[in-house]
Each structure stands twice: as structure tokens, then as C-alpha cells.
Design a binder for this molecule. Sequence first.
Ligand SMILES: [Zn+2]
Ligand SMILES: [Zn+2]
Length: 303
Amino acid sequence: MSQAQESDSSLLVVVLDANASAWAQSPLSLDKALQQLVIFINAYLALNPENQLVVLGASHKECRYLFPADPSSAPPTHDIQVYEQFRTVDVHVLSGVHEMLSSHVDGNTEEQQSLIARALSKALCHINQVNQLSVNKIWSRILVLSAGQDSPHSYIPLMNTIFAAQKMSVLIDICKVFGQDSVFLQQAAEITGGNYLKVDTNSEASLLQTLLFICLPDQYTRNILNAPGNDLIDFRATCFCHKRVVDIGYVCSVCLSIFCQTAPVCSTCQTKFSFRLVKSDSNQSNSTSSPNASAMSSLSLKP
Ligand SMILES: [Zn+2]
Ligand SMILES: [Zn+2]
């Protein structure tokens, strides 16, 4: 079978963390970050007229398309001084974010975790759809602009989307604007071949600089650029029982669920563990046992 020709155009999915309470803590305001983001988006669209763009907004409550916008929404007013495509994108992204924020004013404003896993799933579905419909192979990537914290409850769906992205050869760039390093998003960047970038928000224009210098280059240019490496990636996993990041955990040998402490029954697949077998297994180093009878194995999760 002949392989689809690779096209020069690319598909970029931007996942914007639109969590108001997370941005409220950030030295860089959401408005300023948005201004810099739309400049980056315009630069991306200007690189190649065939470049495709999707912008998704993710808050703690919902995940929605900001661009392409709902066809039923009012088109932006015409402005002769601005390139039409730039104007359409800018207006839809900015108004979409403000609409999202205003619709969540009454919600739990303390929640600083956004639905990033859901947004990544949506992004991968869109990329898959575009790939199915296009004749040439389009280089696809995802950029996550993250301000919130990791959500341990979404560890499993997030890891599933990361491995799906790896299988689809979709790289994920992470721009962490504020707060502690995200263990999960670091792994997303490392596993998919993207960059994990921590932005110095004390300098107001550093977000734009990071986006333009590191996230804008296409697949050909990236090969000759010396991008900052993901040297300090934290590969620890989260236990399925308490959703805590663990250094050393116990892995169910049947479903590979991770636990921070031993338990007689796996809470995910209900397998009963025989701890007697652990003893006998440790005496006979090469012994094998049936999966149902085997016990939890401990695993050091440090790299
Ligand atoms: Zn636990
Ligand atoms: Zn299990």
C-alpha cells in the first residue's frame, strides 16, 4: 500500500486552561495571556495558508470549542484594516473565553483543576477525523496552556489520552504558565515527544516569546532546533486508591492498577491476591503462577 504523502500544512489544537480561580493566582493575567496567545495563533496561521487550527477551552466544569465557532453564533463585524481570518479567530477565541468565565461565576470558585484530559480526548478525536478525511498526511500537534493544578482523579483518562496521542504520532507541547510543575503534563510532553515549558510569568512577554520560539516551528524546523530538553521530568504515578502521587507503589498483576498500600482484593478488577504466593515466589526466583493467583507486585516508580 502506498503511503500518504506528507503535506507541509499542519493542524494545531490549542487547549486553553480557562480556569478563572487558577488564573486569579497568576502574576500574568488571563487577559494578557490571551493577547499573547492570539498573536501566536495569528503567526501560526500566517506561516502557511493551509494550516488548520482548533482552540478548545477547558475549565473545571466544561470543555468547549472556542474555534471553529458554532455556525449559529453571530459572525464578527467586518474590519477592513485586519486580515479577515485573524479577526475571525481572535474574536471567537476572546469572546468564547469570556463567555465561559461568565457562565461559571456561580460555581465552585475554589476548584483549580481543569478538564484537561477531556480536552485532550476531544483534540485527538478531531485530529483523527481530519486525518481520515484528508488525502495527504497532516502533521498534527497539541499545545496545552496550563495554569491549574493536576487533577489526580483524571490520572487514568489522562494517561490513556497520552498513549493514544503517542500511537497517533501527535506530539503534545505543554506551556505551564503558573504554579507547581504538573507531573502528569510533564509525562504527556515526554512520552509524545513534545516540550514541557515553564513560563517565567514575572516577565510579561515571556509567554509570547516561549510560544513563538519553541511552539511555532513546524516538524522540519524542530529537527534542527535545539529545544530545551525535558530533563527534570517527574515520572511518578498516582495511586488508584487515594489519587496520591507515589514514589513506590503496588501494581495489580492482572489489571496493572497502582496502589499505595497492599490490599487483599484489587479494587479495580476484584482479583483476590494470595499473599502466601508472594512468599513462595520470592523463594523460587523463576517461578511462574497463573494471573488470577498471582499477588500484587511492588514496583519502584522512580525513573
Ligand atoms: Zn492510595
Ligand atoms: Zn486489578
